[in-house]
Design a protein around this ligand. Structure first.
Ligand SMILES: [Zn+2]
Length: 538
């Protein structure tokens, strides 16, 4: 026996012993659960005893969709998440300007959302940003990650200044003077990002290590993270080196399920040809998860692909980022090689395209166990949900999104479709495997607030948004423990604190099952345990 955790209120989420006070661990695995007396009686002289001091514990939290590396890069920028006005954004950038000028670098900001501002909700253009500085390039990324703003200098530095509306292949908006207005969308973001995000391997390692430490503070023991081809092209081998070296140096304290992103079928084929196997462990804490693709954009940018026109923009239906034949090819290649695909779909047209492609792949290459999933699955009517559930596709949802999205969805798609969408209650009732994530850095990866939004559906305005579509507290907790383990084929080894599973555990300062739901926002993580070892203690 290596360690006994005792004197706790441990909710195991395991049917055999739902609540115990003590857990015995050997080689990182739970070997027995029960009362303090029973467990302590098993101790030998070398057993470490950890007193949980009556506190409440759960299986360690997992985030089923986020971007660890992008989050890492955001730690290098001005965080605009909490800006209440555009005036504040201006002030912060102005304050950074002298240093940026001196160091010959850009002014970088992320996570702004103009919908939250109280002084204006207008998206700033290059003229607005030029008022901050016209001799230093400025790059601001919206919280959704689909829109960026550049000032004139920024457009010039990254070679977009001379693009013409009639001939450009970029996703750029133009002003009345025929020049780009500084508002860039989707893949065009990669043009400035290619310049800004030119990190060395050491820099990437430090950013990921910091990100993991911050995740531990939130009780997170596993992340499903999307890190390939997101801050540079063809960086798979380099990023694998980053994770490999970190794990070898014992600097990768949490489990990584890599949602391996590829932009084309050819890129995916090349990856598979190099011998990488679905579900295999690359290092102790790094596992190859599903292939990640992105079928559409975001609601805020009106680039989510819809079957009907946007209610607030007749004639517009967003855009499918991958053509039908390409997406079919990606699913076929992945599926026949044992990989699943998780696909970013926000609009119902994207979702329908994905379900068609899954159906085609499973018919063509039958496979006993597959767990293709849809990340976000936001806009869909009940008929599409029924099809989704019947096919047994997994849902990866972000409860915290209702805070911001409650401000825009009804206007974007009309209330009839809005009230059917984001319907987590119905997904669970239909038996869908639904896990929870943050899409960090779109939203912070703090799990407890995310659980709060799943249960309350609280909108930014302070009113719950279609609260009848909410889930129960226990269902929400499972979305961040049991379900992410299922999504990474780890249900036999993780997700609950049953005997035979890894001892990954989070200790909280309150029993969230006995407190009013609002208390989730005031609950702290006291300890995070991975492989039976205390990886974080407050
Ligand atoms: Zn994402």
């Amino acid at each position: 026996m290596d360690t006994i955790f005792y004197n706790g209120t441990i909710r195991t989420l395991d049917k055999a012993f739902p609540e115990v006070s003590a857990i015995a661990v050997k080689d990182g695995v739970v070997i027995a659960v029960g009362s303090d007396e029973e467990m302590l009686a098993m101790a030998t002289e070398n057993t470490k005893k950890v007193d949980l001091k009556g506190k409440f514990a759960l299986p360690g939290f997992a985030d089923s969709h986020m971007h660890l590396l992008i989050y890492g890069t955001y730690t290098q920028r001005i965080d605009m998440t909490n800006a209440k006005t555009y005036a504040e954004i201006k002030e912060w950038c102005k304050a950074d300007a002298p240093k940026a000028r001196e160091e010959g670098r850009w002014i970088l900001g992320s996570c702004f959302n103009q919908d939250y501002w109280t002084d204006t909700n207008k998206m700033p253009d290059r003229h607005d940003l030029d008022e901050i500085a016209d001799d230093v390039p400025i790059f601001l990324e919206r919280a959704c990650g689909h829109i960026c703003l550049l000032n004139t200098k920024g457009l010039q530095v990254c070679g977009l200044w001379d693009e013409k509306e009639e001939t450009t292949k970029e996703t750029l908006d133009f002003g009345p003077d025929g020049r780009p207005n500084g508002y860039i969308r989707e893949n065009t973001r990669l043009v400035p990002k290619g310049i800004i995000e030119n990190f060395s391997i050491e820099e990437k390692k430090n950013m990921i290590a910091t990100a993991c430490q911050n995740a531990l503070k939130q009780g997170i023991v596993q992340v499903h993270t999307d890190d390939f081809n997101v801050i540079g092209d063809n960086d798979v081998e380099e990023n694998l080196q980053v994770f490999r070296e970190l794990d070898e140096e014992v600097r990768l304290p949490i489990r990584i399920c890599q949602q391996s992103r590829f932009l084309t079928a050819a890129g995916l084929q090349e990856f598979i040809d190099r011998g990488y196997k679905a579900g295999s462990m690359y290092t102790k804490h790094f596992k190859f998860g599903p292939i990640k693709i992105m079928a559409d954009g975001s609601l805020g940018a009106r680039s989510a692909a819809m079957r009907q026109d946007y209610a607030n923009a007749p004639g517009e239906r967003g855009l499918l980022l991958i053509p039908d034949d390409e997406i079919r090819a990606i699913y076929e290649i992945a599926h026949k090689n044992g990989f699943d695909v998780v696909n970013h779909c926000i609009g119902d047209a994207a979702l329908e395209q994905a379900l068609d492609a899954i159906e085609n792949a499973i018919k063509k290459y039958p496979r006993a166990d597959w767990r293709h999933g849809i990340v976000h699955c936001q806009i869909m009517d009940e008929a599409l949900q029924d099809r989704f559930a019947k096919m047994n596709v997994l849902a990866y949802v972000q409860p915290v999104f209702v805070k911001a999205d409650s401000l825009v969805v009804d206007d974007a798609v009309g209330s009839e479709l809005a009230k059917q969408s984001y319907n987590w209650r119905r997904y669970i009732d239909l038996g869908v495997h639904m896990s929870g994530g943050s899409d960090c850095p779109v939203e912070p990866f703090d799990i407890l607030p995310n659980i709060y939004y799943a249960v309350t559906r609280m909108g930014f305005s302070g009113k719950p948004w279609y609260p009848e579509n909410a889930v129960t507290l226990d269902e929400a907790v499972r979305m961040f423990t049991v379900e992410p383990a299922y999504a990474s084929y780890d249900e036999a080894t993780r997700g609950t604190l049953g005997v035979g599973k890894y001892c990954d555990m989070v200790v909280l300062d309150k029993n969230i099952y006995e407190e009013p739901i609002e208390e989730l926002l005031n609950t702290s993580v006291l300890m995070t345990i991975v492989d039976g070892e205390i990886a974080y203690a407050k």
